[in-house]
Design a protein around this ligand. Structure first.
Ligand SMILES: NC(=O)c1ccc[n+]([C@@H]2O[C@H](COP(=O)([O-])OP(=O)(O)OC[C@H]3O[C@@H](n4cnc5c(N)ncnc54)[C@H](O)[C@@H]3O)[C@@H](O)[C@H]2O)c1
Length: 300
């Protein structure tokens, strides 16, 4: 089509999309059923992963729970069974590719094809860049993003051949907006957001529209992952509250799940406001958390 025709068509599509979004605000979204799905959650031994496992358990899913912490994952599995679900606990170190591939084979053989994969395990080291140890930088990338590749390579083929499934990427507010003393963490979460967005496009290009994708971007969660977090505009939420909002997003196949939803406004302002205004917004929000700052200027 000629460019002069395509431009008005593009503007019409923009207008239509905005109108559709406004109309959808007033129409309750359709929720899908996840009953009977095989759901694998990494990092399910504590915090958000555990609370999300309980949400899936209440909906009678077959749970496959992974964590490096044996005690934590067994506790989560026991509670899921009490809630009426089938639950299998595996001790897996998600920073190790071979371990992921090996346990994934076991899961496929003994339990079946995973149809919902939630890459949730995460690690953080809140320190200034120069004081962050090399092994900490490596670990954050291994767990927060590389593991998503290995689990997806293990479980996505079955979802694609059935044209049915859901890949949930747990990123963070730190995958859209940045903070000092979280350089590596934010970089790894920006990578996770990029992974989700590119995978979404790739599945559409391959016409695998039955395989859904969601990216979960929470602000602070009261899980002890970050010590003493606070924010004036978006105070920390309990893992159970976050898991409920995430479940709503999953059931309605939302692509980007911001928790709390106001975070989306913050992300948009961060993108479009001038630099000075972004700094003022930062001061207004009074975002705080414990960080180890080892760097000392020679003149101090
Ligand atoms: N807590 C927050 O404020 C916050 C905010 C935004 C995003 N997130 C993200 O949410 C996810 C869950 O965080 P959380 O707050 O529940 O933290 P959490 O520490 O309570 O839970 C993380 C779980 O991951 C497990 N884990 C860590 N390393 C692992 C490894 N190598 N292999 C397997 N399991 C491993 C831990 O044992 C733990 O059970 C993370 O990806 C985190 O980055 C957290």
């Amino acid at each position: 089509m000629h460019l002069l025709l395509e431009i008005p068509l593009f503007l019409l599509i923009v207008l239509y999309s905005y109108l559709e979004a406004v109309v959808k605000l007033f129409i309750p979204a359709k929720r899908k059923s996840v009953t009977g799905e095989i759901v694998l959650i990494t990092g399910a031994g504590h915090g958000l992963g555990r609370a999300q496992a309980y949400e899936f358990a209440k909906r009678c899913c077959k749970l496959v729970l992974w964590d490096i912490n044996k005690h934590g994952i067994e506790e989560t599995a026991a509670e899921c069974r009490r809630l009426g679900a089938t639950a299998h606990a595996f001790t897996v170190d998600c920073s190790k590719k071979e371990e992921i591939y090996c346990v994934a084979e076991k899961v496929k053989k003994e339990i079946g094809d995973v149809s919902i994969l939630m890459n949730n395990a995460g690690v953080i080291a809140p320190t200034d860049l120069l004081s962050t140890e090399d092994h900490e930088i490596q670990k954050m990338f291994e767990v927060n993003i590389l593991a998503h590749y290995w689990t997806s390579k293990a479980f996505l083929p079955a979802m694609m051949s059935n044209n049915h499934g859901h890949i949930i990427t747990v990123a963070s507010a730190g995958g859209h907006i940045v903070a000092p003393f979280l350089v590596t963490y934010c970089s790894s979460k920006f990578a996770a957001v990029g992974f989700h967005r590119a995978l979404t496009q790739e599945l559409a290009a391959l016409k695998k529209r039955g395989v859904q994708t969601s990216c979960v971007c929470p602000m602070f969660i009261n899980s002890d992952f970050v010590k003493n977090p606070s924010s004036r505009l978006m105070p920390p939420l309990e893992p159970e509250e976050v898991a409920k909002q995430v479940m709503e997003g999953i059931l309605t196949n939302q692509r980007m799940i911001f928790v709390p939803p106001f975070l989306k406004v913050n992300v948009m302002l961060d993108r479009f406001l001038p630099v000075r205004a972004v700094a003022a917004l930062w001061r207004l929000n009074e975002l705080k958390f414990d960080a180890v700052v080892g760097y000392k200027d020679k003149e101090n």
